[in-house]
Ligand binder design. Structure first.
Ligand SMILES: Nc1ncnc2c1ncn2[C@@H]1O[C@H](COP(=O)(O)OP(=O)(O)OP(=O)(O)O)[C@@H](O)[C@H]1O
Ligand SMILES: [Mg+2]
Length: 282
């Protein structure tokens, strides 16, 4: 299958249910989505809306019961293409405990590199570079199970950064970090997106962290019910609240002002933008 020049991931009407005996109970109910190369995409949606299930179909961890998943022109339905897809799509999940296989942090990252055939002499520099990016250099000899939840998440992300997949999928992968740690790791991922052209698909409940995305997809009840730039999405506060979602602080301020009859000249997703808007009334 030939994809549009800039499309790297294409989901066509995918469906998935966990219980084959109840085929009508679906966790993902007909999602179609195209992700462009170098795009930074965020997926939001309340608990159980199907985000993780959809993510697991991106590299064939789960196969859709109907519909197709294509990555870089390869299909997850084709077993021979699956391993090539897995080299292109790196995934990091929320629970880092079941993501480690080796006795030390550096061996764990090396294991992933070995799997994709990175030459030994290149491994060292890739491991050091990735650990430095996530601020874990001093833990290279540490045993993964002795690390804190947040440190484990940093290592899990480093292991993926070392592999340099074309597409990085982060499914609440920084949820155990404190706000500052989350911000730091997000900056690293942003930089990989900007400078190395890595396509990023992040699933998060921290809406503030979606504000600099190129696009946001909103999931509800197994379906993609909306998509657009952060301004377009977060302007619709009533709709998001109906879906059980909140809106970022700056967007909420403007929503409350609007309810009091105060409409700023331009909608902004940042506190600075709101402040600029407020100045126009002085
Ligand atoms: N392993 C599983 N076995 C059976 N049902 C599952 C399994 N994992 C998820 N589900 C169900 O599938 C639906 C979608 O779940 P999913 O984990 O994809 O949602 P999510 O949007 O990632 O939620 P969260 O924000 O809580 O992570 C839910 O109804 C959930 O209960
Ligand atoms: Mg989930």
């Amino acid at each position: 299958m030939v994809l549009d020049k800039n499309t790297i991931v294409r989901l066509q009407d995918i469906q998935f249910g966990y219980d084959p005996t109840s085929p009508d109970e679906l966790a993902v109910r007909g999602v179609s989505l195209e992700v462009r190369e170098r795009e930074f995409l965020s997926i939001i949606g309340h608990n159980g809306s199907g985000k993780s299930t959809m993510a697991k179909m991106l590299n064939g961890l789960l196969l859709p019961v109907s519909g197709t998943v294509n990555v870089d022109g390869l299909s997850t339905a084709n077993e021979e293409e699956l391993w090539r897809i897995r080299r292109r799509v790196g995934m990091v999940f929320q629970n880092p405990d079941n993501q480690f296989v080796a006795p030390t942090v550096e061996d764990d990252i090396a294991f992933g590199l070995e799997n994709i055939g990175v030459p030994r002499e290149e491994m060292e520099s890739r491991i050091m570079d990735a650990l430095e990016k996530v601020g874990m250099t001093e833990f290279r000899q540490a045993e993964p199970h002795r690390l804190s939840g947040g440190q484990k998440q940093r290592v899990a992300i480093a292991a993926m950064l070392a592999i340099r997949p074309k597409v990085l999928v982060l499914d609440e992968a920084t949820a155990m970090l404190d706000p500052r740690g989350r911000k730091e790791v997000l900056e690293v991922v942003k930089k990989m997106n900007r400078d190395a052209g890595m396509t990023v698909i992040q699933i998060t409940h921290y809406l503030e962290e979606t504000l600099t995305s190129d696009r946001i997809v909103v999931m509800d009840n197994g379906q993609a019910v909306g998509e657009g730039s952060p301004d377009v999405i977060y302007k619709q506060a009533d709709w998001l609240r109906r879906l059980g979602l909140d809106v970022p602080f700056a967007c909420d301020v403007q929503y409350r002002l609007r309810q009091k009859g105060i409409q700023l000249p331009n909608f902004s997703t940042s506190a600075e933008g709101v402040l600029d808007g407020l100045w126009t009334f002085v």
